[in-house]
Design a protein around this ligand. Structure first.
Ligand SMILES: Nc1nc2c(ncn2[C@@H]2O[C@H](COP(=O)(O)OP(=O)(O)OP(=O)(O)O)[C@@H](O)[C@H]2O)c(=O)[nH]1
Ligand SMILES: [Mg+2]
Length: 450
């Protein structure tokens, strides 16, 4: 996400690096480029205008400190302004004083409501809540079935209602009752979508709103639709009153225009972003962290949170010991790859790393998830003795492993080489900066990275 904008803005700062001090001329040139970059990212033109004006005033005003270089000054000002248009603070999900908290998920057809309902249920239960999901999308028979499958997959509670019940109000009522009876503190209501905003849909949502006084009405929009997402959010807000926005499919959106405009245009905060089809691909939205990510400073805090949410401490300590004792086996290698994958799409993890110093090009690293799968298959095809001691894997064993995993001997050879490299690299990392910062997660030369 934001790749295009990020690249262009970083080029502007790089160009300024050669300048001795900020002048009206070099500032004008930089502002022009920033303006084009924002417009090309599909940011609302009014938002762009204000943004540029604010940056100009601050850059030329008294705030400029001569002890910083022009590039540093402008980067700081742009970052501050970007945080401002993204919403200044992280907008937390609200909860009702008296449970259950009713949260509506609304939006246009195909925007990602049902998927996001599942992601939110998972996120809530990972964060100390007990959610109950209900679908009131009674128009498509498959819609309720879809949520049921998701609930089963994620092992989350769902209220399905009595057979034949197809009145949204009754379904929501039943869900609220069930939550009260079973001690669930949040009810997530997945609603029907339409192709366009129409009166029928609005009337239904208004009725639901009147009956339940939801603590949150979250508008789900597809980030890839850019300014259309912003427009429909504004329209929903005008007619229904939303309390926040969730932008989905940010993983496919290199521009970022919707994210950068929606707060200013709707005056409602962006609360989460969806960054993939899997159910762990949901991130709370932090304006400051996103601004840092756009400007290539990385988002180390989100990365640490993600690691902490997923890492098994005991397991990490065990790995550390094994590394020090030099008995980090192929089985450990496989387990570590699995643990990394659990944290979500590898690309999105790398995107959170600072793009400076030795990590400059890390987000450009291409990851082949298929190769990761292949590596796991190869290690799974080994005997436990082979996994414990790679030295015994001779030519005939390699052939057998290749056959067993549906790969070639070359691929097995390559994996063994990568494993040897990872062992070496992880050892040198274990005491270093990242070793300490990232809760002992290692950043191995793991397969799939090239
Ligand atoms: N890449 C990506 N795909 C997503 C994301 N969120 C949802 N999707 C996909 O978008 C498609 C539509 O998602 P749904 O959750 O069914 O959308 P919906 O709004 O419930 O659709 P209707 O109920 O038909 O209105 C599915 O294929 C999802 O996998 C995301 O963050 N990233
Ligand atoms: Mg749906």
């Amino acid at each position: 996400m934001f790749e295009n904008l990020s690249e262009k803005l970083q080029r502007v700062f790089k160009n300024l690096r050669g300048e001795g001090k900020l002048t009206a001329e070099n500032m004008d040139a930089a502002l022009k480029e920033i303006r084009v970059a924002l417009l090309e990212a599909d940011v609302n033109f009014k938002v762009v205008k204000q943004f540029i004006e604010n940056v100009r005033q601050r850059a030329m005003g008294e705030e400029v400190l001569s002890s910083f270089s022009p590039a540093q000054q402008v980067t700081k000002i742009v970052r501050d302004e970007m945080i401002r248009i993204l919403g200044s603070h992280h907008a937390r999900l609200r909860f009702a004083n008296e449970p259950p908290s009713i949260i509506f998920i609304v939006g246009l057809q195909g925007s990602g409501k049902t998927t996001t309902t599942g992601k939110l249920a998972r996120w809530l239960s990972n964060n100390g809540h007990r959610p109950l999901m209900v679908s009131v999308d009674v128009y498509r028979p498959a819609a309720r079935e879809q949520l049921k499958v998701i609930a089963k997959d994620l092992r989350q509670a769902i209220y399905e209602g009595p057979d034949g019940e197809n009145r949204p109000l009754e379904l929501a009522r039943g869900a609220k009752r069930e939550a009260q009876m079973t001690g669930c503190d949040v009810v997530l209501v997945d609603t029907a979508g339409r192709l366009h905003i129409d009166d029928e849909l609005m009337t239904e949502l208004q009725e639901l709103k009147g009956a339940f006084e939801p603590v949150e009405i979250l508008f789900v929009a597809d980030a890839m639709t850019g300014q259309d997402a912003v427009k429909s959010a504004a329209e929903f807000h005008k007619r229904l009153g939303i309390t926040g926005v969730i932008l989905t499919k940010m993983d496919g959106d290199a521009r970022g225009g919707a994210a950068l405009s929606i707060r200013t245009v709707t005056e409602q905060p962006l609360k989460f972003v969806g960054v993939g089809e899997k159910f762990d691909a949901l991130e709370p939205f932090h304006p400051d962290r996103i601004a840092s990510r756009i400007l290539g400073m990385g988002d180390v805090l989100s990365l640490i949170e993600k690691v902490e949410e997923n890492i098994d401490r005991k397991n990490a300590e065990e790995m550390e010991r094994k590394l020090l004792d030099n008995d980090f086996t192929l089985a450990d290698f496989r387990d570590q790859i699995r643990q990394l994958r659990k944290m979500g799409p590898l690309e999105s993890l790398l995107g959170m790393m600072p793009q400076i110093g030795p990590l400059k090009d890390v987000s450009k690293v291409k990851i082949d998830e298929k190769e990761v799968t292949r590596v796991v298959a190869i290690i799974d095809s080994m005997t436990s003795r082979e996994r414990a001691n790679h030295m015994i894997i001779n030519g005939s064993r390699r052939k057998r492993i290749a056959r067993g995993s549906g790969t070639s001997v070359q691929e097995v050879n390559q994996l063994l080489k990568q494993y040897a490299q990872a062992r070496k690299m992880m050892k040198s990392l274990s005491g270093g900066f990242w070793g300490k910062r990232l809760g002992k997660m290692k950043l191995p030369a793991f397969p799939g990275l090239s």
